[in-house]
Design a protein around this ligand. Structure first.
Ligand SMILES: NC(=O)c1ccc[n+]([C@@H]2O[C@H](COP(=O)([O-])OP(=O)(O)OC[C@H]3O[C@@H](n4cnc5c(N)ncnc54)[C@H](O)[C@@H]3O)[C@@H](O)[C@H]2O)c1
Length: 287
C-alpha cells in the first residue's frame, strides 16, 4: 500500500511514538500527535514542521474514550480525513504475579490493553469514513510473543507487563482478520529493548498514582544500547505500508521465539500421545 493521507499518533510525544510520528511525517502524511504531556507532543509537532511536514498536537489521555473522541475530532478538523492510527501508551510495573493486587491489574490493563481497544473503538468510524487504505499500528512488545521471565535483561518481574502485551497479540491478530476486507490493515510492533524514557513514564504513572509521581519506579532505566526509536519508527512505517502484521525486532530473539514454538509443539505431542494411550478410540462421526 502506498501510504498517504493523515495519521493520529497516541503517546506520540516520546520514544517509539515520537519515532513513528517523525517517520509518518517524513512519508508525507499529516500527523496529529496526542500525548498526555502536551509539551512533548508540541515539540514533535515542531520537529515535523521544521522539515516541511504538516503536524498538529493536542493533550490526550489515551486511556479515556472521551479524550480520544476529542482527539479524533481535532485531528480530522485540523488535517482532514485520518486513515492511520498509531497507539503507544504503555507502562511497566515490576511485581511477582502472585503478589499483584486487583487494583494493579485494573491499572495495567487500562494503560497497556484498554488504551488500545478504546483507540480502535474511537477511530474505526473515522478510518471507515476516510475511504482510503490505512490502518492501525499497535505498539506491543517482544513480550507479546514470548514470556521472558528471568531471561529478561535485568532478571526482574515482568509478568503483569507480559500478560497485558500477550492480550494485545490475540486482539491485534483477530482485529486484522476482521478488518481484512476493508482496506484497514493492522500491524503489531513487537520490539525488544528500545532506548526511551519508558522507565520515567512507568514511574510517573505507577498504579494508583495521579500521573505526577516523582518517585523512582520499579522499572529499571533502559540501557543505551537498545534499539533507536527513530530508526524503529522508520522500520515500523515501512512494514505497515508493506501490509505486514508482526514486527518482531531485533533478530537476536529468534532462538527464544523458536524455543517457545517448540515447547508448544512438544506439549501438543505429549497430549496427543496421552490421548492415544489413555482415551477410548473415537467413534466414527464423533467430534
Ligand atoms: N522502550 C522499550 O524497551 C519498549 C520495548 C517494547 C515495547 N515498548 C512499548 O512501547 C510503547 C511506548 O513506550 P516508550 O518506550 O516509547 O516509552 P516513552 O515513555 O518514551 O513514551 C511513551 C509516551 O506515552 C505517553 N503517555 C503515557 N501515558 C499516556 C496516556 N495515558 N495518554 C497519552 N499518552 C501517554 C508518555 O507521555 C510518553 O510520551 C509502550 O507501549 C511500551 O510498552 C517499549
Amino acid at each position: 500500500m502506498e501510504l498517504a493521507g493523515n495519521a493520529a499518533v497516541i503517546g506520540g510525544g516520546s520514544g517509539i511514538g515520537r519515532g513513528i510520528s517523525l517517520a509518518l511525517g517524513a512519508a508525507g502524511l499529516g500527523v496529529a500527535i496526542g500525548d498526555i504531556d502536551p509539551d512533548t507532543a508540541a515539540a514533535v509537532r515542531d520537529e515535523i514542521a521544521a522539515v516541511g511536514g504538516k503536524a498538529v498536537s493536542l493533550a490526550v489521555d489515551g486511556t479515556s474514550s472521551r479524550s480520544l473522541e476529542e482527539f479524533a475530532s481535532f485531528a480530522v478538523q485540523s488535517l482532514g480525513p485520518v486513515n492511520v492510527v498509531s497507539t503507544n501508551v504503555g507502562i511497566a510495573h515490576e511485581k511477582p504475579l502472585a503478589d499483584a493486587t486487583d487494583a494493579e491489574w485494573d491499572w495495567m490493563l487500562r494503560f497497556n490493553f484498554l488504551s488500545v481497544t478504546r483507540a480502535v473503538g474511537t477511530f474505526i468510524p473515522v478510518l471507515r469514513r476516510a475511504g482510503r487504505p490505512g490502518g492501525f499500528i499497535i505498539t506491543a512488545s517482544m513480550s507479546a510473543l514470548i514470556a521472558p521471565t528471568m531471561q529478561s535483561w535485568d532478571g526482574s518481574h515482568r509478568g503483569m507487563y507480559t500478560t497485558t502485551k500477550h492480550a494485545l497479540h490475540g486482539y491485534a491478530e483477530i482485529l486484522r482478520h476482521e478488518l481484512a476486507q476493508e482496506d484497514i490493515t493492522v500491524t503489531m510492533l513487537s520490539p525488544g529493548l528500545v532506548t526511551t524514557k519508558m522507565n520515567e513514564t512507568s514511574a510517573r504513572f505507577a498504579p494508583g498514582s495521579d500521573g505526577a509521581s516523582a518517585e523512582p519506579g520499579s522499572f529499571p532505566a533502559i540501557p543505551d544500547d537498545g534499539l533507536d526509536p527513530v530508526e524503529l519508527g522508520r522500520l515500523t512505517v515501512a512494514a505497515h505500508a508493506a501490509g505486514r502484521f508482526r514486527i518482531p525486532v531485533p533478530a537476536d530473539f529468534r532462538e527464544m521465539l523458536q524455543a517457545r514454538t517448540a515447547s508448544i509443539l512438544d506439549d501438543l505431542d505429549f497430549a496427543e500421545e496421552l490421548r492415544r494411550t489413555t482415551m477410548s478410540p473415537r467413534r466414527p462421526g464423533a467430534r
